[in-house]
Each structure stands twice: as C-alpha cells, then as structure tokens.
Write a protein that binds this ligand. Structure first.
Ligand code: CTP
Ligand code: CA
Length: 225
C-alpha cells in the first residue's frame, strides 16, 4: 500500500547522523559544553529508520532514548565523535546535527584543579577541535549527500550559505536560535529551519522537531531516489 511504500523510501541506504553537544574535559570533574539537547538529531535518526534506512547515530552526552531500529554509539568529546564517524563510514547520507564544541582545553589536568587560596584563577588555554563536517567533505569516503546544520542568531541564510561553501556540504539546514526563540529551540520541542542548497533556500514553518525531521527525510528521499 502507499503508506507502506512511503515508509521504505530509504531502504538499503546507510544514513550517518551526529547529534547532541560534545563535552570537552578540563579536569576529571569539569568540562566545556553547550545547550544542545540532541532532540532534533534523534528525531532525524528516528525518521530515517522509519523510512527503512540503516541508521548510525553518533551521540554526544544527552538524556534521550535510542529510537527504534537505530544503531547508537555514545561519545563525549569532539575527537571521539570524529573517530566514531570515521568508523561508521561508508554512508550514503550523512547529517551532522551535533553542536560540536568549537574549542577544547589545550591541556586536560589529570587531577582536579584546586584553588590555592590566593584568589588567582587558573589559565584556561583553548585549542580548536577538528571540524567533522569539513573533514567528511574532503574524505575519499565522502557520503553522496552531506548535510550540515547551522544554529544562527542573525543573517541566517547568509551565514548558512557561506558555511555550505566553506565546509563543502551539499545542504545546510539553518535554524534561527535568536532571542527568546533560541531558548525554545535549544532544548525545546519546536524548530524553524531553512534548507540551503546549491539551487536555493526553502523556508519551513515553525514545527515540532519530529515534523522537521520528517520534512528533511522527505527531501533526502527525493534527492537520492
Ligand atoms: N561541525 C562539525 N565539527 C565541528 C564544528 C561544526 O562537524 N568541529 C558541524 C556541525 O555539526 C554542523 C556544521 O558543522 O553541521 C555547522 O556547525 P556550526 O557550529 O554552525 O559551524 P562553525 O563552522 O563551527 O561556525 P560558528 O563559528 O558559527 O560556530
Ligand atoms: Ca561552531
């Protein structure tokens, strides 16, 4: 029947997804993180599995159940996420939804950093993390359809368009996280996205993250059919 067919549009395809934040250790008890909940990435993994794909979900630290039929690998840091993404290749489609920490502590202390009583603060030197999306774009195993996400607070389409070119992605899904909406997107249940491709921009209305996921999977199935 039609519904059954529609549900299997990604049958035989391997879809690789990153989701959630990363945690970058400073010492054994402290880390650098961000407000990503992982909900949008997990919703996309669920929708891809429902569409019949084999789904590899590389997840940062989140409080979410694994969607049915999804193969999940948990990681903490950006470097661990990079390594697990490379292990999961090859993939037909990769969707990099994770809010990867841009910087990590240059040195990780082996023991908890202690106050010395003088009021002096510890120096915290940062270094840039590997860019997983940009690395995949340059890989000999580059997925046939490579999709990034971009959380922006201003000039959303302009920034997303520049990111698409700079990182070598096919599509960038831009979310507006400006103002009070930012709080409702990061951790919330709705999202307002624009899909930026080589041929233009499609603006979707504000929707529950499950519906955003279904819309993105629908566009992917159309693209690779
Ligand atoms: N990304 C990644 N690895 C990183 C940083 C980002 O794979 N180290 C991916 C994200 O998963 C997302 C896309 O790149 O799909 C865009 O992330 P974003 O943070 O918007 O881009 P940045 O280049 O880090 O730019 P910004 O300065 O706006 O944070
Ligand atoms: Ca970033």
């Amino acid at each position: 029947d039609f519904a059954g067919e529609a549900h299997r549009r990604l049958f035989g395809k391997h879809v690789l997804i990153t989701a959630g934040p990363t945690h970058e250790p400073i010492d054994p008890v402290r880390y650098i993180a961000n407000r990503s909940s992982g909900k949008q990435g997990f919703a996309i993994a669920a929708a891809a599995a429902e569409a019949g794909a084999r789904v590899s979900l590389i997840a940062g630290p989140v409080h979410l159940d694994t969607p049915p039929g999804v193969e999940r690998v948990d990681v903490e840091s950006a470097r661990e996420m990079m390594a697990e993404v490379e292990k999961a290749l090859p993939a037909d489609v990769a969707i990099m939804v994770a809010a990867v920490a841009d910087w990590r502590a240059a040195d990780t202390a082996g023991q908890k950093i202690k106050k010395d009583g003088s009021g002096a603060v510890p120096p915290l030197a940062l270094m840039e993390n590997p860019d997983i999306l940009a690395t995949l774009a340059q890989s000999p195993q580059r997925p046939g359809l490579l999709i990034g996400f971009a959380a922006e607070t201003q000039d959303i389409v302009e920034h997303a368009t520049a990111k698409r070119t700079r990182k070598g992605a096919d599509w960038i899904v831009a979310n507006d996280v400006s103002g009070p909406k930012g709080q409702s997107v990061m951790g919330g249940d709705t999202n307002t996205v624009q899909i930026v491709t080589a041929s233009g921009t499609e603006s979707l209305p504000a929707m529950p993250k499950g519906q955003v996921a279904a819309a993105i999977i629908d566009r992917i199935a159309n693209e690779i059919a």
